[in-house]
Design a protein around this ligand. Sequence first.
Ligand code: SAM
Length: 285
Amino acid sequence: MGNLYMCATPIGNLAEMTARGIEILKVADLICAEDTRHTLKLLNHFQIVAKKLISYHEHNKARQNEYILSTLAQGGEVVVVSDAGYPGISDPGEELVSLAVQRGFKVFTISGGNAALSALVASGLPTRTFYFAGFLPKTSKHRRQELQQLEKLNTTLIFYEAPHRLGETLRALLEQLGDRRIAVARELTKIHEEIFRGRISEALQWLAENGARGEFVLVVASAEISGLALESEPPATENNPADLEQLLLNYLAQGLDKKQAIAQIAKKLNIPKKVVYNTFINKEN
Ligand code: SAM
């Protein structure tokens, strides 16, 4: 029986390809690549001549899985690579591993780059626990539903995002999660590598000034780490303006501006922003 190797490749800087990865690509009977042209550049760079290279992506994986499993059954050593990082992480590979395990083949990972972990480690935000959310759904309804679930997690959140959706996603994060601390990691390991660290509202400002060029990972702190979770909140109610005032003061003390504080309270208590706004106006007068 052959073995299946899930081989990580660099997320930008080719110098991050491991010696073990190069070795396994050299000896493999079959290399399955998300994009064969992309992988050929990697192979050429390391002067690797593939014995056999096939494409393995979202749209042909069902068909290719059977071919790969039959190659394994005939004793072939098979390597799967994606365009960047680990296959199987926001890239094809998960189903193949599951099928290979079910049929009793050995599966190995060849370590290497991963955009989520690289961004997390350099983010400056808590790393002890985290939740990798991958790409958020594209439709606003589904995105909101998912963020409503993620909002409840008291941990660091990690998202992948395409450059053309970055602004929309940051706005959705601000609306649903509040103005949390964030690290926006761009073009990791590449020439234009950069990490913006601040609040989500500031990241939007940074984006407006710098534009969204390249690849991005978003690392978002929990509400507590962001200073948005109120530890000893009074039991505020819509009918008790004094409670609303207290909540408002708490949020302002945490650095939110008036508009953000009003939006947070309205969301938290599930009441119209206008009610909170009126309380605020009364207090000012
Ligand atoms: N399999 C990959 C991994 O293990 O990280 C992820 C592939 S996913 C299709 C591509 C996304 O990863 C990009 O849209 C971006 O969010 C993130 N990404 C990949 N390379 C990156 C880099 N050099 N800098 C920042 N983000 C990157």
